[in-house]
Design a binder for this molecule. Structure first.
Ligand SMILES: O=C(O)c1cc(=O)[nH]c(=O)n1[C@@H]1O[C@H](COP(=O)(O)O)[C@@H](O)[C@H]1O
Length: 311
């Protein structure tokens, strides 16, 4: 987590901008002439680069959600990887929200998100995804996670494993109490994450490469999980559009005000839709400038909101 922690320190901002484009979140003019997935993917890329240019100096990281891109097939995936590459070129930590999980041999293939294309004779692995970290699902247990941890260790990258997700029905499974223990499933996952990450702890900061996803929408559970996971960095989605507030975040950070990265996607990239006066855009440039201006304002407001709540 060193790279992420240093980016947070550099920007004094523990928040991440979620790059989750959808047609309904883009100014109509960007899709006015769209006739193919390629056209939409190009619009997504322009939208993303405008946002990245607007926030790269005030936020440490971006989190593109791959589903938004996969919906458009090959062209969408291409927009995803180009977005990641562009974000990195602007110095941002790229957290690929891919939520993978499978049996060991398949997980190994998914882990190529971190350590590059599989090794074959005569060819060096290629980093085709341009990610610094990915999100992973722990449902299959350690053999579905180990390939990601090994790849992260090999390439100085990180993973974030779902522990207590932000959605209302996370309770269906994650709040169940495990027989013969007084632990819920999310608490059990928390203990596993501490164990799984143990050998990858950073000597200076104490956090391992194995982070946890803990929703801002469950502040009481989140605070308990923070106690159970002193060496585990949190990715905290659910702030903003899903109702999580800065007040809810306090218990998710450590006593130094570190240890968590708060995500907002729609709250930043669609902030322009909340503007009092939205003009009839006469060009795509004008529309992108408008989107970028409101994204920056929203990112700064989020930074202030979180910083005030933590001080
Ligand atoms: O792993 C995630 O990022 C994630 C986990 C979770 O528990 N809840 C959650 O909302 N997310 C993601 O975080 C983002 C939230 O988007 P907004 O609600 O628009 O801020 C989406 O990309 C979700 O897929």
């Amino acid at each position: 987590m060193r790279q992420l922690i240093e980016a947070i320190t550099r920007t004094s901002n523990p928040s991440v901008v979620g790059l989750d484009p959808k047609p309904s979140l883009l100014p109509k003019i960007l899709l006015r002439n769209a006739k193919s997935p390629q056209d939409v993917a190009q619009a997504y890329f322009s939208f993303n680069t405008a946002i990245i240019d607007a926030v790269y100096d005030i936020v440490p990281a971006v989190k593109p959600q791959i589903a938004m891109y996969e919906s458009w097939g090959e062209a969408g995936i291409n927009a995803y990887t180009r977005t990641n590459e562009y974000a990195r070129s602007r110095g941002l930590y790229v957290l690929g929200d891919i939520k993978r999980g499978d049996i060991g041999s398949t997980a190994q293939a998914y882990a190529s998100h971190l350590n590059g294309t599989p090794k074959i004779e005569g060819m060096e692995p290629v980093d085709v995804w341009h990610e610094d970290a990915v999100t992973v699902n722990p449902y299959l247990g350690i053999d579905g996670i180990e390939p990601f941890i090994e790849a992260a260790q090999e390439c100085d990258k990180d993973i974030f494993v779902l522990a207590k997700t932000s959605n209302p029905s996370s309770a269906d499974l994650q709040d169940l109490t495990i027989a013969n223990t007084n632990l819920t499933l999310s608490e059990h996952v928390a203990l596993l994450l501490e164990q799984w990450g143990e050998t990858t702890r950073d000597s200076q900061y104490g956090y391992s490469r194995v982070g946890a996803v803990v929703g801002a929408t469950h502040p009481v559970i989140g605070a308990k999980l923070r106690e159970l996971m002193p060496h585990t960095f949190f990715l905290v989605p659910g702030y903003g559009a899903q109702g999580g507030t800065a007040r809810d975040l306090r218990g998710l950070f450590d006593s130094n005000g570190m240890g968590a990265l708060v995500n907002s996607s729609r709250g930043i990239i669609a902030a322009w839709q909340k503007a009092e006066d939205i003009p009839e855009f006469s060009s795509t440039e004008q529309a992108l400038d408008f989107v970028a201006h409101y994204a920056r304002e929203a990112a700064l407001a989020m930074k202030n909101d979180i910083t005030n709540a933590l001080s």
